[in-house]
Design a binder for this molecule. Structure first.
Ligand code: 5GP
Ligand code: ZN
Length: 138
């Protein structure tokens, strides 16, 4: 289902033209309008889901095979050294468009793309407690 005021619904369904690199019955892959690097692609489902938590099972199962194809094509087309596959959920995680999408970002050894975090550490047995808490919710 499409969401009336969602720009990615309109793009994914071809109501707004885009530089499309991939399309199947569930997804459209397009060039990001403000790319982190040349060849930066975003993959959008045609049905609206705000984020990974709303993504239906069928799309969830099909998204990575599509991302894998796109990543291989981006690598060959740009000649990049690597790619980041990135997917933001929620404002705190950097999401700015609230229609699920996956970024495929070409990378070079020395480029201007910044993706990172300061590493932390678990104390005592708190990593097993955290693992247990997560397992219980699956
Ligand atoms: P987010 O920050 O939500 O993970 O990523 C949103 C991405 O969508 C950004 O990289 C932004 O440049 C891209 N974007 C936003 N509006 C448009 C648009 O109208 N067309 C295209 N092709 N990309 C867009
Ligand atoms: Zn949408």
């Amino acid at each position: 289902m499409k969401k009336e005021d969602c720009i990615f619904c309109k793009i994914a369904n071809g109501e707004i033209p885009s530089a499309t690199v991939y399309e199947d019955e569930l997804f459209r892959g397009i060039l990001d309008i403000a790319p982190a690097a040349r060849g930066h692609v975003i993959l959008l489902p045609k049905n609206h889901a705000a984020d990974v938590f709303e993504l239906p099972e069928e799309e969830a199962q099909r998204v990575f095979p599509a991302v894998k194809k796109i990543a291989a094509a981006v690598k060959q087309a740009t000649g990049c050294a690597g790619v980041n596959i990135l997917q933001n959920n929620g404002e705190s995680a950097g999401q700015t468009v609230f229609h699920f999408h996956v970024h495929v970002i070409p990378r070079e050894e020395e480029d201007t793309v910044k993706i990172g975090w300061k590493t932390g550490a678990y104390e005592g047995n708190s990593s097993s407690q955290m693992a247990e808490r997560i397992r219980e919710k699956l």
